[in-house]
Design a protein. Sequence first.
Length: 234
Amino acid sequence: MTTEPHQDQQQRLLSDLLIHVRLRDQGLAEDSEDLTTILEKVPYLLPFGGNQYDSLHTVIDWDHHLPSKYISTRVFASYTEHESRRLATELRARSQSIERDNLFPEFDVPDYEDLTASERYHFILERESLNVVDTRFESEWRKKVQNEDLNKALGVLAEHQAFQRANAQRRSENLGGPIFMGWSPPLMAEQNTWTLEFWLVTEFDGQHGTALVCMVNLDDETVAKTYMTEVSIR
C-alpha cells in the first residue's frame, strides 16, 4: 500500500519532470499510462541524516537505442535552494544541447547523466514490461563516514555468519578485506534507515569476479541484507 508521504512525493516527482526527446518521439508523454506506471515504480526516498529535500527533479531518460529497450528513470534530489538552482541551470543547458543535436534519428545525442545533486537515483526499467531491472545510487558524499561508525560496522560484519562463511571459502589470500562502498539509501537494503555498504571479493581473475555485498544497519547493529554480485574492471 502506498502511504500518504509516498503519494505526496510522487506528486513532487511529477511536478518537476522532464522526458527525453527521443522518448517523446516514441510516444511517451505526460498523459500516458506508461508514465504513471513508471513513476509508481520509484520507491519512497528518505533523505540522509536530518536533511530535507528542497527539490526533487525527475528525468525519464533515453537508453541510446532506437527503439528503446529500457527506460532510465533518474531522480535528482537536492538538499538546498542553492543546489536546486544549480541543478535547474544544468538541466536547461543539457536539454538545449540535446535539442540542438537531435537532428537525425541515427545520430546519438546526450542523456541526463552526471548532473549535480545531493542524491542521484537511477532506476532502469525494461521497456515492454516496465519492470525495474537495476537500481543505482550515487552521491559525492556517500563515502564520508565517521571512524566510530565505520569500526562499529566492521565489527558487526565480522560476526555475521554469511560474511564469515564467504571469507573462509575464498581460495586466494590476495583478495583483501571488506571494501567500504559508502552509505546506501533505505530502498537498497529494504530498510527504514540508511545502511553502510561493504563488498567482499570472493573470486577474481584479474578482469572479472564475484563479491558478497553486505548492508550494515548501525541502528540495531545487524547485517540487514546480503547478496552476491559480479565485479569487473572496465
